[in-house]
Write a protein that binds this ligand. Structure first.
Ligand code: ADP
Length: 316
């Protein structure tokens, strides 16, 4: 549905360019909710503006539903619904009036307009506000209206730029649920700098940093990539020297660190090789030696570790 190859875009004068998008390549298929995750300034908006034909690129290619975004922009726009980060809503227009206006902008046949308006009101839960002016709407409802306008021509692809930005936690959940529902039928590509958003909503994640894609996979795949090691926290009541000598003998322990000793209890952080079932194995070691175990806790790496490793922390 979307195919991007080596897309590159710089801003500013050629003697001092800001490279916003640097040889970005990816594909997106029908039935996916694809999260475009990266810190502010990573190049998300620029990529989306190129895909929606609002911006040209310096080099590379991009096709949407088989049409070239540079050569066949009219065909591309017909197949894409776009919600920019700050949706251009006319505050003194009524909700219905605005949706009607959008059916005209999208040049929908007159005979279909009523039905399309009804359908997006239903999908986006706008029934309660159809009599209102846009200026009277809460931010959450404005965002729903923004989504409604992006869906008005029933495009197979939706591109949403930071769709939950500036919303309160309840509104965020509502919009996420809406995106998930819409994603059952359409390809949705949405950007965010909020990590929890992608685990909650996406079937696949592209992590972008400094204009380049640095990771591409399902949230679970990316989290398991980070799982090079297991980390186990353990506290043992036992002879410290003997305990440490035993750790040295264990193959699955790649490193151990003495954390603290309180009242005869010695605490350690153990780094163990992946899939060693380290916590269980350590439990047996303690029992076999007749020591007592006062704490055993295993940490697993998650998507947050991947994100922090792959992006510049100071930019987030
Ligand atoms: P994101 O959406 O991930 O926050 P953007 O695509 O907006 O990232 O920005 C990528 C980089 O391009 C940033 O360094 C930003 O400052 C720069 N940039 C974006 N738009 C412009 C512009 N119109 N003129 C100059 N630089 C820009």
């Amino acid at each position: 549905m979307i195919e991007v190859k080596e897309l590159t875009k710089s801003y500013g004068p050629s003697y001092a360019p800001t490279v916003a998008v640097n040889k970005v390549s990816f594909q997106a298929h029908a039935g996916e909710v694809l999260g475009f995750l990266g810190p502010n300034g990573a190049g998300k908006t620029t990529t989306m503006r190129i895909l929606t034909c609002y911006l040209s690129a310096d080099s590379g290619s991009a096709t949407v539903a088989g049409y070239d975004v540079f050569e066949e922009s009219i065909e591309v726009r017909k197949r894409i619904g776009y919600l920019p980060e700050s949706a251009p809503l006319y505050t003194d227009m009524g909700v219905l009036e605005y949706l009607n206006f959008m059916t005209q902008v999208r040049q929908l046949p007159k005979s279909e307009r009523k039905e399309r308006i009804r359908s997006v009101i239903d999908t986006c839960g706008l029934e309660a506000v159809i009599q209102k002016d846009i200026g009277e709407l809460s931010k959450g409802y404005r965002q729903r209206l923004g989504l409604a306008q992006s869906l008005i021509h029933d495009p197979p692809i939706l591109i949403l730029d930071e769709p939950t930005s500036g919303l309160d936690p309840n509104q965020i959940i509502e919009i996420r649920n809406l995106i998930r529902d819409i994603g059952q039928e359409k390809l949705v590509l949405f950007s965010t700098h909020i990590l929890s958003e992608v685990s909650a909503t996406c079937s696949r994640v592209l992590i972008i940093n400094n204009g380049a894609i640095v990771a591409n996979g399902t949230p679970e795949e990316l989290a398991s990539q980070a799982k090079g090691e297991e980390v186990v926290h353990i506290a043992i009541r036992g002879p410290q020297e003997a305990v440490e000598a035993r750790f040295d003998e264990l193959d699955f322990v790649s490193q151990w660190t003495h954390v603290e000793t309180t009242d005869d209890i010695v605490g350690y952080q153990i780094n163990a090789t992946q899939e060693s079932n380290a916590a269980e194995a350590l439990f047996h070691v303690v029992v076999q030696n007749g020591w007592s175990l006062t704490e055993l806790r295993q940490e697993s790496a998650d998507l947050e570790d991947v994100f922090l490793n792959l992006t510049d922390k100071e930019q987030t």
